[in-house]
Design a protein around this ligand. Structure first.
Ligand SMILES: *[C@@H]1O[C@H](CO)[C@@H](O)[C@H](O)[C@H]1NC(C)=O
Ligand SMILES: *[C@@H]1O[C@H](CO)[C@@H](O)[C@H](O)[C@H]1NC(C)=O
Length: 583
């Protein structure tokens, strides 16, 4: 009874602190004389009721702390007269009822802490409803901070009207689950800071964060066992600068990759006792402003190198009490941490000497794991190169030994092909001969006695034939001679006989001629059969057999009377087309 012993008002006392005094009841008589009191601290007592008009004389009181008492009921007039009160702390009281408009007198209120709300003992509810308009009437315009808790109960918060404090308010909530009933109210846009210590933060059935469109600071402190809520909406809070997620099973979030998108203003990100499998590039895409990041993930996880790439402003990275996946994906981390000039990277692992990793073989030293499994073995690479080199060398030698002629011919064909591609020439000028005659030496007599007079001496125009015995250049490689003559002639005439089939040179010539036929896709090959060759023998030479099937050919008639007609046909075929006028 402070005022009983005083004669008049006590003007000198500004601050009164009665901590843990076992006070049970407070009334207006107790404080009536303390006219200039600014701070009154009554925390840690046993106060059960705040009688009506208790503080009506304390017109200068700014700060009232009733924390940790037994107050369950607040009436309409409990705080009557506190016209300049800025801070009201009612935390840790078993609040059951707050009468309508109980705070309507507190027009200058800036900070208010209410809790812990409980259902009335008569109700078997596990949730409490808090209607803020019901308590406040209208929100004090200067309200900056509001703390509401219901500890072990579900908290249903009703804003109740479109009244709203000035923007910039910070809200702290703790309850098992927080439900907002009317998320469309302008109140939500005034909140810039939200701390929610609750398993779930819901509006209807979905995550409530997206209604706080001006949110800059968000701390969500959940528990890993909480029921799943999709939190992808976080990516709509584009004003966010500070984000702490605690006890969130991030790996269950279907939108994890896009959850941190759009957060271009985010400066601090803390992931504390969250579960995640891997920090991936896609997650950090928009986090250009991020300066600080701390990660505490109790189970083994991976960090992709690409995750850090968008983080151009990162200055401080703390990984503590963590264990990596034993995976070569993480090998970059240790070296990266060392060579960062602008980022201070701290690996904090009390109780363990080094960064560890875990896989099916248990826990290992990560540096040792990556040295053993992830570095490229130089010896092995050298061995591989040598083996491949040797193999290639052997292949070249083998190819040269086995297929030299074909290689040459092939080169020649390619050369001709290229030449032809470069300039589609005037065809007549390019050829030295009208026909290259491919024949066996044993048929030389027929060639000299029949073919030459039959073709070369008929005219005009007089045909020019190329015979190997007469026209091949001396001293030149024989294969070169064959290919040059073949390609230097407009046609190739193959004089086929049994001897021809037996000769290796003739077979090569035939092969080259068919290659040319294939490449140039032009009628350049003429077959002349000197004698009848039974189909059985012919079929052994499949190339020739195929040609015979697909092309017309000439048979040398033994009958003298038929021979002039034979030469006529052959000559007409070989004769060059009329040169165009002017050529
Ligand atoms: C909240 O309180 C206000 C003021 O008493 C009232 O008008 C409103 O209907 C209440 N809302 C709910 C959902 O109870
Ligand atoms: C944020 O990013 C996501 C995906 O990247 C996109 O679908 C969404 O529309 C964005 N939201 C805002 C508010 O920019």
């Amino acid at each position: 009874m402070l005022c009983d012993i005083q004669k008049g008002p006590v003007l000198w006392l500004k601050k009164l602190r009665l901590l843990s005094f076992q006070i049970t009841i407070i009334t207006s008589e107790q404080f009536g004389c303390l006219k200039n009191l600014k701070q009154l601290i009554l925390s840690g007592n046993q106060i059960t009721t705040v009688a009506d008009f208790t503080f009506k004389e304390l017109a200068k009181l700014r700060f009232l702390d009733l924390r940790n008492n037994k107050i369950s009921q607040i009436t309409e007039n409990s705080f009557f007269g506190l016209h300049v009160l800025e801070t009201l702390i009612l935390e840790q009281n078993p609040l059951e009822t707050i009468e309508a408009f109980a705070f309507i007198h507190l027009t200058l209120l800036k900070h208010i802490c209410l809790g812990d709300f409980q259902p009335l003992p008569s109700e078997l509810e596990s949730s409490v409803n808090v209607n803020l308009t019901h308590i406040f009437g209208v929100f004090p315009q200067g309200l900056m901070h509001m703390n509401i808790s219901s500890m072990w109960y579900t908290l249903n918060i009703i804003i109740g009207s479109n009244s709203t404090p000035k923007p910039g308010i910070s809200l702290q909530l703790s309850a098992t689950t927080v439900f907002f009933q009317d998320c469309w109210r302008p109140f939500f846009q005034s909140v810039v800071s939200l701390t929610a210590i609750t398993e779930r933060l819901l509006c209807g059935s979905h995550f409530a964060a997206r209604y706080f469109t001006s949110l800059q600071y968000f701390g969500f402190n959940s528990v890993l066992s909480a029921e799943f809520v999709d939190m992808t909406d976080l990516n709509t809070l584009v004003e966010m600068r500070y984000l702490t997620l605690m006890g969130v099973e991030l790996y269950r979030q279907p939108g994890l990759a896009t959850m941190f998108h759009n957060l271009t203003k985010l400066e601090t990100l803390n992931l504390v006792t969250c579960r995640i499998l891997s920090l991936e590039e896609e997650m950090s895409r928009d986090l250009h402003s991020l300066r600080q990041m701390s990660v505490h993930i109790p189970e083994e996880f991976s960090v992709m190198e690409s995750f850090t790439e968008p983080l151009t402003n990162l200055r401080y990275l703390l990984l503590y009490n963590f264990r990596l996946d034993c995976s070569c994906d993480n090998t970059w981390l240790l070296a990266w941490a060392e060579r960062q000039p602008h980022v201070q990277v701290v690996f904090y692992h009390p109780g363990e000497a080094d960064v560890t990793c875990k896989n099916e073989n248990g826990i290992q030293n990560f540096a040792r794991y990556s040295a053993a499994n992830c570095s490229l073995d130089v010896g092995f690479v050298l061995f591989l190169c040598t083996s491949l080199g040797l193999l290639l060398f052997m292949l070249v030698v083998l190819l040269h030994q086995l297929a030299r002629e074909y290689l040459l011919a092939f080169c020649h064909i390619i050369r001709c092909w290229l030449e032809e591609a470069v300039r589609r020439p005037n065809l007549r000028g390019r050829y030295c001969y009208d026909a290259f005659v491919s024949y066996s030496g044993s048929d030389e007599r027929w060639v000299v006695e029949q073919l030459l007079p039959g073709l070369e001496q008929r005219g005009p125009p007089f045909l020019r034939l190329c015979l190997h015995s007469r026209d091949f250049q001396l001293g030149k490689d024989i294969v070169d001679n064959i290919t040059d003559s073949l390609y230097g002639s407009r046609y190739t005439v193959c004089v086929v006989s049994r001897n021809y089939l037996r000769s290796n040179w003739c077979s090569l010539e035939l092969r080259l001629a068919t290659l040319r036929l294939l490449v140039e896709q032009r009628d350049i090959l003429i077959l002349v059969f000197l004698e009848d060759i039974p189909p059985l023998q012919l079929s052994a030479h499949h190339r020739l057999a195929r040609l015979v099937k697909t092309r017309t050919y000439l048979d040398w008639p033994q009958d003298q009377a038929m021979q002039p007609a034979f030469w006529d046909r052959l000559w007409t075929k070989l004769v060059p087309p009329e040169p165009h006028p002017g050529q």
